[in-house]
Design a protein. Sequence first.
Length: 414
Amino acid sequence: MSAPISSYVSQERLWHRHEQLALIGATATGGVNRQALSPEDVAACLQLVEWGQALGMQASRDAAGNVFLTLPGSDADAAPVLTGSHLDSQPTGGKYDGVYGVLAALEACEAIRAAGLTPRRRIEVVAWMNEEGSRFAPGMMGSAVFAGVRRLADIEAVQDAQGVRVGSALREAAEALSAIPLRPLGRDVFGYVEAHIEQGPLLERLGKTIGVVTGIQGKRTFQVQVQGEAAHAGTSTRAERRDALMAAVAMVGALNVRMHDELDVLKFTIGRFSVVPNAPSVVPSGVMFSIDLRHPESAVLLELGDAIEAICKANAGPCDVSVKELSKAMSLEFPADMRKRIRDSSNALGISHMDILSTAGHDARYVHEVCPSAMVFIPCHKGITHNEEESITAQDAAAGAKVLTEVLVGLALS
Ligand code: HGY
Ligand code: MN
Ligand code: MN
């Protein structure tokens, strides 16, 4: 019996590529800052394309800034198998969030090519644009436009903190990527498999190598704008002030009480909080803060998310407040047959696995809208992530790539 295709996965090559990508946007303290459509993000895409083209893969990109590498199949009319993740990072991101899924997908194609296999279906490796949503909120813009969940025109209007629109950042990135042919938005896809680090402690704690992801918990994000009036810190009386900061703090306090969950299942995060004019002797005229709300039960997410605006208005005092919902995605479950493929491949390779819910968001959320999708997790040390200390092992990285390879081959031969 011939060796499994996954036996051609090279742990050394996979690990070396992680180390090389980690140099692009490297921070002084061991992490990466490769925010969406930044020169660092584009450089990482170009490095991916160079590796793929050396393997004989065809590069392409779409108007949403997604970058693709295609390993040809024997039946050009057959819908492709899609795999990948994202290369953009949080400002103080780790080296593996997103990157692992892209490089494991590329490694699977390396193994398929080394084994001399031409699958029936072409396999497409994708690096999704702006999964993280830190520079431009909300995240997962590239996969949402690909899946038709969001319109390109809508995401192009989104601005970063410097007032740069996604549209102009896309045009700038397109210039740097101009040698790569443009392809139409969206595509008929046979199936999608995304490998990713767990971003939680369970696999490591329970001694399992592979997470068979059952689904992704629901997530709603909001932007709260509080409008007051600038005044002199020494002359304006409290009675006459319209202090946006004090109103925002009252809102945050009230929200924190309402979102408190003794079971610690609900995730309520205010990650961004900006004050205008942010000057020590000026009563703040404006505050903007973000809300990231997540829960596995859609009913809870709906009830609590719908309560936010009333809580903010009830604590606005003399200020005005507006609450804008940026994204709303309910919990999802991946198809059982796709999860079975991951379980069967893990068993065939003698690699331990367990079912696991993803409490982090991923591009698979939107691709799930257009084709049968699945995710393969590998352990992430102590679950440390969205943190420069994020770490994985080369052995787990290779094991996950082997399972991914077998799942992709199974889909591409079907
Ligand atoms: O926020 C998330 O869940 C993803 O890691 N960007
Ligand atoms: Mn990610
Ligand atoms: Mn992330």
